[in-house]
Design a protein around this ligand. Structure first.
Ligand code: SGN
Ligand code: CA
Length: 702
């Protein structure tokens, strides 16, 4: 930092001196205040470096994106500090880690009143604009102009919110975002000021819907399968085995893979129903003409697929091919549109004096370890593509293989280019000198990472870790306590977790203390603060024990695992986010809950209690009757308590009700809970006659 400070001090002095000199030609050229460059920051969503030809990827060609690399610097060691969308964007704006900017996961709302680099650039004479995917929930602040997609946005005929006003547009999202950007550059900005434009593409985010013109691209190409596609996670912790982001198992057949169903094939299972509804929604946004082109491309391919009746590995490979081709087709549009913007700069004499950045909000798995999505500290997710061109100052055609740079560095870098002061509470560091090829000798040698979004979609457990040039040490926590270590030199694919290998114990020790120092340096030491507030942890005999169910819970609310019934997590108040509902409760649609917990051996039992939810507007009713039974051998059961529904029929309140059998004082190995579902919604209810839901979370045995 010292070098930057010196330079800023110097510039300040030069600036002051200028006030007294009227004839600028009197100043020696080298002392002239540097012109503030324009900044064009292009960030796509989920664009993996593996799918950029400048990165040596064999999958596709991205000539326009590659041009930035040819005329500038390409980083091989650029990383994200929390590999998920909204958190990455908040880090970009603030130059601070998630625990300080507040956006630890995708469900948080960005506090737009805090310090951000666009605000500071404006104070320093810039015109600023934000166009495209925003995803931070609150309204953008610090921009002269903004035009954003609500939420994730849509590929076809998307809505945009332009300075607070929502409109539906006709066209393809990647083209439209670029149209708005070019329109702002040409017609809307104040051309007397330097500009900073954040151009954020939605593509190639899930569900990967290509533009009609690319629907046939790659049709005859066989895509190379990543070597680790069939990773069995055998050396890893439980975290890798419990995720839900496998191409083979977790993609929706329709929404993601575009295999449509006949109307009479509408799925019966709730999870698949969700996919089908999402697909219907996306498909219905298309115009008649767009749909025609779409169907003409997919239907013949889908017919072949149906006929082939693939199974097992063949089916997994087919899914990979469908996934990767759609993903790459979306990137073709991104690349074309990057070309349009670069051409605009060329045609308007802006190329020399504009810093152009191409990056993605994080990395992405393209089948490595069998996965799609991101989130993990593993390489394909952690590494983001980063290309920077600035002809005035940055050499061309450089590959920076060594310097570890972070998305945390963007804010200070842009302020540095603007000759503005870099606030001391920003945690990144300007990469301006790194780009010049003059990396400061005290540049970082290790990167700190922290991911929080769990329990949630895709089920990647909370973890933090350190990546040095050679090693990666990770700690998974919350409902797991596991460490992993990878030696990237010997194992670049991260297949062999060597945390327990005696040969690596000295490395582990060193990395742990290095990791602790980084956490202290960045002030990330109080993790408890970010654990879900409305979950209490209970110690009881059933934690981690086997649960047997007579009826399986409905897929939509099964928390992914029956063990949610005795994982020690209690959801006590009436306020549930969707995530908690999915994770903490088991939902039974129209059927009873009959659960047996096997304690493994005979124990002394004092009490058994079970918790049920009532949320009538969501068709969730208390059980009409609950009984508790215990058994020594799992054959002969003795009743210990029974309850009738403790709430009046029309009590509309949302409650969590605990029913408890106390003072048992008996020995038992098996505990059985039978909660009767009322079957169908009552007459007075809007869902009269339809299946009613029964929700249960923890069955506590003490
Ligand atoms: C959606 C996607 C997920 C993805 C998240 C976060 N599912 O929920 O696959 O991980 O966004 O992505 S989808 O079926 O709705 O497409 S992020 O880029 O916003 O972080
Ligand atoms: Ca993303």
């Amino acid at each position: 930092m010292s070098e930057n400070l010196q330079r800023r001090e110097f510039l300040k002095k030069v600036g002051k001196g200028l006030a007294f000199v009227t004839l600028s030609s009197a100043i020696p050229v080298s002392c002239k205040p540097k012109k503030q460059p324009n900044i064009l920051f292009i960030m796509s969503d989920d664009h993996a470096y593996q799918a950029i030809s400048a990165y040596g990827g064999k999958l596709n060609k991205t000539p326009n994106i590659d041009r930035i690399a040819e005329e500038g610097v390409r980083f091989e060691q650029s990383f994200v500090t929390n590999s998920i969308c909204a958190p990455s964007r908040a880090v970009l704006l603030t130059g601070k880690y998630s625990h300080l900017n507040g956006v630890i996961n995708n469900s948080k709302v960005f506090d737009g009143s805090q310090q951000t680099f666009p605000k500071l650039l404006r104070e320093n004479g810039y015109q600023t604009a934000m166009i495209g995917k925003w995803h931070l929930k609150s309204q953008p602040t610090g921009f002269d102009y903004w035009n954003i997609l609500p939420g994730q946005g849509h590929y076809y005929n998307p809505d945009f919110i332009e300075m607070g006003e929502k409109k539906r547009l006709h066209g393809y999202v990647t083209d439209l975002i670029t149209d708005f950007a070019l329109d702002w550059l040409e017609n809307k900005r104040d051309k007397n000021k330097p500009f900073c434009l954040l151009l954020h593409h939605k593509a190639p985010h899930r569900n990967w819907m290509p533009d009609t013109k690319y629907l046939h691209k790659y049709d005859d190409v066989k895509m190379p399968l990543p070597e680790t596609f069939f990773d069995d996670y055998s050396t890893r912790s439980r975290a890798a085995k419990e995720q839900e982001m496998e191409i083979a198992r977790h993609l929706f057949i329709d929404f993601d893979l575009k295999v449509t169903r006949k109307p009479d094939e509408y799925p019966t299972n709730d999870w698949e129903k969700m996919g089908a509804d999402m697909w219907k929604n996306a498909y219905n946004r298309m115009t008649e003409e767009q749909r025609k082109a779409w169907d003409a491309a997919y239907e013949p391919k889908n017919a072949l697929f149906r006929k082939a009746r693939l199974k097992g590995k063949d089916l997994a490979v087919w899914k990979y091919e469908r996934y990767i081709k759609d993903y790459l087709r979306c990137i073709d549009s991104v690349d074309d549109n990057v070309g349009r913007v670069l051409k605009y700069l060329d045609n308007n004499g802006l190329t020399e004096n504009t810093v152009v950045i191409y990056t993605s909000d994080q990395g992405f798995f393209l089948g490595e370890h069998g996965w799609f999505d991101k989130r993990w500290i593993y390489e394909q997710s952690l590494r983001m593509p980063l290309l920077v061109r600035y002809p005035r100052e940055v050499p061309s055609g450089v590959v920076n293989k060594d310097d570890m740079v972070l998305n945390l560095d963007f804010a200070p870098t842009f302020l540095d280019y603007a000759n503005a002061e870099i606030p001391s509470d920003m945690q990144g560091r300007s990469i301006r000198d790194v780009l010049k090829g003059k990396t400061p000798s005290d540049w970082r040698q290790a990167v700190y990472y922290h991911y929080y979004e769990y329990p949630a979609w895709h089920k990647v457990k909370r973890h933090y870790g350190i990546r040095t040039k050679r090693y990666k040490l990770v700690h998974f926590y919350y409902d797991i306590n596991a460490w992993e270590l990878y030696d990237l030199e010997n194992d670049p694919d991260e297949i062999h977790n060597v945390y327990d290998d005696p040969a690596y114990q000295a490395v582990v020790k060193k990395l742990k203390s290095q990791l602790k120092r980084l956490q202290e340096k960045y002030g990330d030491t109080n993790f408890k603060k970010f654990l879900p507030a409305n979950q209490r942890k209970t110690e009881h005999l059933g934690v981690g024990k086997r649960v047997l169910l007579v009826y399986q819970p409905a897929k939509r609310y099964n928390g992914g695992r029956i063990s949610a019934l005795c994982d020690g997590m209690i959801y006590p108040d009436g306020k549930f986010s969707d995530i908690n509902l999915k994770e903490g409760w088991l939902g039974f649609k129209g059927v009873d809950l009959i659960a047996t917990i096997d304690l493994g051996k005979v124990r002394e039992i004092q009490s058994v209690r079970a918790q049920f939810l009532q949320q009538i507007e969501s068709w969730i009713f208390m059980p009409t009757q609950v009984s508790f039974m215990i058994s020594l051998d799992g054959k002969k059961y003795v009743p210990v308590a029974a309850f009738e529904n403790p709430l009046s029929e029309r009590q509309m309140e949302s409650v969590c009700k605990t029913l408890k059998a106390e003072g048992i004082q008996k020995k038992a190995r098996f505990i059985k809970v039978h909660a009767k579902n009322r079957g169908v919604c009552p007459d007075w209810h809007p869902g009269a006659g339809e299946k009613a839901w029964l929700f249960c979370d923890e069955i506590v045995v003490q």
